[in-house]
Design a protein around this ligand. Structure first.
Ligand SMILES: NC(=O)c1ccc[n+]([C@@H]2O[C@H](COP(=O)([O-])OP(=O)(O)OC[C@H]3O[C@@H](n4cnc5c(N)ncnc54)[C@H](OP(=O)(O)O)[C@@H]3O)[C@@H](O)[C@H]2O)c1
Length: 268
């Protein structure tokens, strides 16, 4: 898979008002891309655009609204790369969610990236170049307690991207999925203030943003951005899922997940 040169390209970034999104916006812009910033919080989006200066535009839109993906793609126009980063934490047990909250999580985390892909892809194929990048999570590889809806959407992104990558073989359009672990400084985990078990280290938003850049420019298929211990956990889980689940329980995953779901309830 060929990579895409970011200098001089136009990138549509969703979730640009969030913790990781702002770091991705800065990294894309620093590589010379023109960035189209999507989110709902116009104030933060405008502030980010002003910080970046030239080559940054705000396209504010609520992606949970019906037809929003198509509207956003039309407003964006000709786009060389999509970075589908918008996401809801969707933490908690399934019976804790209303039906509307479940729909919203699936819409923002999974349906919109698929619909944006459908809308932007014909132009990329016609031009013979382009890149699709999806921000999943380590929870898109290993599920844990009180993350079933989040994991369903994040596993879904991986499945979708893997299939699309095969469909696009030889077209000049690349597909990357980035799988970050917990981010320390900003974003949906940091905002909760919940402490992880001792020994579980965190990554920075800049590390995750750097993986986005690598994914696009080097045409990488999948990139895990996580400390060694968690990457090893993913590997072990693929062959011994019960053992990793037992270990997670022993490390207090139940209490941590309950605290996290409480702290993230307002984002459902
Ligand atoms: N933080 C972590 O530890 C972590 C770890 C692994 C993966 N991730 C993934 O990284 C991505 C970014 O997460 P983050 O930590 O930066 O979270 P965040 O700070 O909560 O930001 C979420 C972003 O998604 C946007 N969004 C949510 N609902 C939307 C809607 N209905 N319409 C339009 N935009 C919407 C938000 O926009 P507004 O605020 O403007 O509404 C915001 O820009 C997510 O996909 C997340 O799953 C995060």
């Amino acid at each position: 898979m060929r990579g895409l040169q970011l200098a001089g390209s136009t990138v549509l970034l969703t979730g640009a008002s969030g913790g990781l999104g702002r770091a991705i916006a800065r990294a894309l812009h620093a590589r010379g891309a023109r960035v189209l910033l999507n989110g709902r919080n116009t104030e933060v989006l405008e502030e980010t655009a002003a910080e970046l200066g030239e080559r940054a535009e705000v396209l504010a839109l609520d992606l949970a609204e019906p037809g929003a993906a198509l509207t956003l793609a039309e407003r964006a126009g000709s786009v060389d790369a999509l970075v589908a980063n918008a996401g809801l934490p969707a933490s908690g047990s399934v019976e804790d969610f209303t039906h509307e909250q479940i729909d919203r999580a699936i819409d923002v985390n999974l349906r919109v990236p698929i619909q944006l892909t459908r809308a932007l892809l014909p132009g990329m194929i016609e031009r013979g170049h382009g890149h699709l990048l999806y921000v999943s999570s380590l929870s898109g590889k290993v599920a844990s307690i009180r993350s079933c809806i989040y994991s369903a959407t994040k596993f879904g992104l991986r499945g979708f991207a893997s299939g699309v990558r095969e469909d696009l073989h030889g077209t000049g359009v690349g597909v990357t999925v980035v799988f970050p672990s917990f981010i320390a400084d900003v974003g949906m985990y940091a905002e909760t203030g919940v402490k992880l078990p001792r020994g579980v280290s965190l990554i920075s938003a800049e590390q995750a943003a750097a993986a986005v850049i690598r994914g696009i420019e080097q045409g990488r298929g999948e990139i895990d951005v996580a400390p060694l211990s968690l990457r090893a956990g993913v590997l072990v889980s693929s062959v011994a899922p019960k053992t990793t689940a037992r270990l997670q329980r022993r490390l207090g995953s139940d209490r941590i997940a309950a605290e996290m779901a409480d702290a993230q309830r307002h984002k459902r």
